[in-house]
Write a protein of this length. Structure first.
Length: 418
């Protein structure tokens, strides 16, 4: 085995301090990485599952905004064996540079350099906490070591016309040395082997540990820096010629299908979050939750199986092209093209279409829910309607650019308001 397999020398830091303003109201009282996804999961479960599945089990999660639910989820779910030196630990902003929180992702690492001094790794994985994907990071670490890189940046191939939506990486003649790293450029140069595509940064990095310590320390002393990995750190390493790209298309995850191979989604907006859920429910899903060779891990609640009741004309509990979580009761209601999370209760003659229902939602009889995201513990009263009258929805709720209605956590939707 190479140095890649020596887990004691690879340390992982997951950046989970994002405020997630564009996901409001889902982030009104929780950090973005703690937002529920796919019925059973939280967004952070995807990054942590990738690390743990690859054998990297010394992980810190750097938290900041509204972190209580995230801290609780990580502490309850991600209990690894301390007997074997494994752990996933949340680390809040410690104000080591004065009375202020993290000033950016680079500052978050700088404020936690004590962790690197304690662990003394050779290589540091720095991953974001809020993307939907499967990846074997050990393959990226192996490539990083092979190239002798100071930093390796994971990237996906996207069409050139989408370049203005991403941080774009340009490479030299060898195809992997980064020559430019630009945020949301209007003009770009296509890849040498695919002129209609560019490399877009995934926000996942592998650093040489000594280089990471040096560069964030230098960055902390710069008054002109924005103290961000993508905006400050990577450009400085690009200038030195020691930054390299890792093509996500080269990553091979056990059990991946041709349809979901290379899948990666940034769910930073309500429409992207909704679309990623719709990716789950087809017969051959764009993202396959059922890959047990590389499972997405979480701690399931002790719930009974889902239940479908009433087999009567006009009152049949059924769900089509949908995901239904444990403890859900479909009681004489109809569900189509939706994600129904655990503990959801749908009453007789209710109709749910093209929607995402978070845990604990209660939909009353004869209610209608269309093209909506309904946060936890919402009560939709009998006969109420969501996603039927767009003008009325905008008076009561947040509505995304794509027309998705978002009902905030714990709300009660009354029929007379519909």
């Amino acid at each position: 085995m190479t140095d890649t397999a020596d887990q004691a020398k690879v340390f992982a830091m997951v950046l989970a301090g994002g405020e997630g303003k564009r996901l409001a109201p889902l982030t009104l009282d929780r950090a973005k990485p703690a937002v529920p996804f796919g019925g059973n999961y939280r967004l952070i479960d995807f990054a942590l599952s990738n690390l743990v599945n690859a054998g990297y089990r010394r992980i810190v999660v750097l938290t900041q905004y509204k972190s209580h639910s995230l801290d609780r989820h990580v502490s309850a779910t991600w209990r690894l064996s301390p007997l074997l030196g494994n752990y996933v630990a949340t680390v809040p902003a410690q104000m080591r540079r004065g009375p202020h929180w993290f000033q950016g992702s680079a500052d978050a690492i700088y404020q936690n350099l004590n962790l690197l001094r304690d662990e003394r790794p050779d290589h540091v994985i720095v991953f974001g906490a809020d993307h939907i994907y499967r990846m074997d990071p050990a393959q990226m670490v192996a490539r990083h070591i092979e190239l002798g890189a100071a930093v390796t940046v994971a990237a996906i191939r996207v069409p050139r016309e989408q370049a203005s939506e991403f941080g774009v990486i340009e490479t030299g003649a060898d195809g992997h040395t980064i020559t430019a790293f630009r945020e949301k450029p209007e003009q770009v140069v296509g890849l040498s082997d695919a002129p209609d595509e560019v490399y877009a940064s995934m926000g996942n990095y592998v650093f040489s540990a000594p280089m990471l310590v040096d560069i964030v320390t230098q960055d902390a002393a710069s008054r002109d820096s924005v103290h961000d990995i993508g905006g400050s750190i990577i450009p400085r390493l690009v200038e030195s010629g020691s930054a390299h790209v890792y093509d996500f298309a080269a990553n091979h995850v056990p059990g991946a299908t041709e349809r979901d191979r290379g899948y990666w989604r940034d769910v930073g907006t309500l429409d992207a979050f909704y679309d990623a859920h719709m990716d789950l429910i087809s017969v051959s899903p764009m993202f396959n939750l059922y890959n047990m060779e590389w499972p997405i891990l979480t701690l399931p609640e002790p719930l009974p199986p889902a239940k479908f009741v009433f087999d009567e004309d006009g009152r049949m509990g059924h769900a089509l092209d949908s995901i239904v979580g444990q403890g859900a009761i479909i009681s004489g209601a109809t569900v189509r093209r939706s994600v129904v999370s655990p503990r959801v209760h749908l009453h007789s003659h209710a109709l749910v279409e093209g929607s995402v229902l978070f845990p604990g939602v209660d939909v009353g009889g004869q209610a209608v829910v269309r093209r909506a995201i309904v946060d936890k513990d919402v009560v939709i009263e009998r006969g109420a309607e969501i996603g039927v009258d767009p003008a009325r929805d905008r008076e009561r709720f947040t509505v995304s650019e794509g027309g998705i209605v978002v009902v905030p956590k714990g709300a009660t939707v009354k029929a007379e308001e519909s």
